[in-house]
Design a protein around this ligand. Sequence first.
Ligand code: DGL
Length: 258
Amino acid sequence: MIGIFDSGVGGLTVARAIEQLLPDHSLTYYGDIAKTPYGPKSPETIIKYSIHNTEFLLDKGAELIVIACNSASSVATETLRKRFHVPILEVISPAAQRAIQTSKNGRIGVIGTRATIKSGVYEKKITAERPDCTIFQVACPLLVPLVEEDWLNKRETKMILRRYLHPLKNKQIDTLVLGCTHYPLLKNLIQARIGKKVNLIDSSIETAHYVKDFLIRNPSVISKSKDATHRYYASDSTEAAIQVAKRIFSRPVELIVI
Ligand code: DGL
């Protein structure tokens, strides 16, 4: 079974993409809604929460863990890989890889939470393979609460986006990494503000392809089950979380609170 965790419901963008690409695989999701958001928290705290989330999924029988959260992927991946003996996949490498392949002029923007941007992980991964690239990073801490409030089409959200993207506008970027689980829900607004010539990289889609490729290369990691089950656990349930989950799946999602 594939175990997926996130700080809340944003990681359902990743879970949904995985479900669409791998419909025959069982999947268990854990959203740490009680402690969301992770983005403004310290690396030590995010690591502690990530260990707990991984243990929960392993208890449920996960054979592979996907860290469906950019903030947790940025700071906790190494610790989880040292501590647990199942494959730990994360959302940064697939998105960074796609950015490397996509950018022609080597000028790449990255937007994400404070934790992700402060870690510099996208810049490190991209420039390690393509030293010719220049990375322009912007932390956008207000976007997660706006998405959680379902303010997807509000004037205020457009204004805030314009302000965040302004520093990237004159940098001639040709690629922009959406380095946060929530940003796919703002894709159209972001595209309109950054310009249609800029390629947006959606880390949820890239991660789903990465998981699929990984399982093709390592088929023995996951034991085959006859009926694929999809379960979504959470450490709390809020009205906002239920709405975001519904928006991501275009249908109501049952969150099992533990
Ligand atoms: N899941 C987080 C991320 O992708 C966004 C929400 C949070 O800050 O917890 O970075």
